[in-house]
Design a protein around this ligand. Sequence first.
Ligand SMILES: Nc1ncnc2c1ncn2[C@@H]1O[C@H](COP(=O)(O)OS(=O)(=O)O)[C@@H](OP(=O)(O)O)[C@H]1O
Ligand SMILES: Nc1ncnc2c1ncn2[C@@H]1O[C@H](COP(=O)(O)OP(=O)(O)O)[C@@H](O)[C@H]1O
Length: 243
Amino acid sequence: MVAVHGARHFACSYLPEFESGPLVPCKLGFAKFSIGNNAVNNLGLCRGGDARLRSSRIIKAMEESAAFLTKDCVSISGKSTLACALSRGLHSRGKLTYILDGDNVRHGLNRDLSFKAEDRAENIRRIGEVAKLFADSGVICIASLISPYRKDRDGCRALLPDGDFIEVFMDVPLQVCEARDPKGLYKLARAGKIKGFTGVDDPYEPPLNCEIVLKQMGDDCPSPCDMAETVISYLEEKGYLQA
Ligand SMILES: Nc1ncnc2c1ncn2[C@@H]1O[C@H](COP(=O)(O)OS(=O)(=O)O)[C@@H](OP(=O)(O)O)[C@H]1O
Ligand SMILES: Nc1ncnc2c1ncn2[C@@H]1O[C@H](COP(=O)(O)OP(=O)(O)O)[C@@H](O)[C@H]1O
């Protein structure tokens, strides 16, 4: 499981391929990134149940320092964007993937959960259990969550066999995420209209020991594809992508 967490946003210019490409965001459930899901479905028809894929690991993506995002990983750090780029990169290497995006899962499976600490804990616990089921079927699960509490992320890690949980921290400055604010949530939080917003009046605990840190240096933000390649290189080096 590759856990990308953090709640921040990237300030660099958006990649053309994400502007003109076939990614079609929608508001419901798991269909947020239709190209990713379609690709998964297509691959599933061809390769579902392939025992050679059973060793695939679960990837939980971005709580962006945010999705996870985070340290400041908060909302709008680019978790979902990275999850999508990562999914595409893995598909191109013949791997099955599925994205579990906190923002989407909260419309269905986790619709009963609030943003209180105990509900955030339950959010990541359920997502970890679902990711475990995907891993059993040979699918790499990319979870894109803020998951602000260290103990909750560690609890999720403990659900999985050693080495199967890969935590990716998107270390993007809060002010970068806040300046972006495409949904206007930071503005509402600063105005006191949303209470307990991560990074504003709710905590984010950066990881002490995670597998991958994607850090923004100064004003330069790596592109989603470059970040995805960093993650994929790690997976290749560690032998996760061997058939
Ligand atoms: N109070 C508060 N704090 C943080 N985020 C909030 C809050 N209320 C709503 N939202 C929206 O919910 C998205 C984060 O959901 P997650 O499931 O990833 O959060 S968590 O892991 O349970 O902390 C997050 O979406 P992303 O921007 O995709 O991260 C926010 O848009
Ligand atoms: N690497 C990046 N470079 C530039 N802009 C980005 C990058 N990643 C994300 N963004 C921008 O940030 C916005 C929020 O990204 P998103 O992936 O939805 O964040 P999150 O899932 O963390 O809330 C997107 O609309 C996109 O314009």
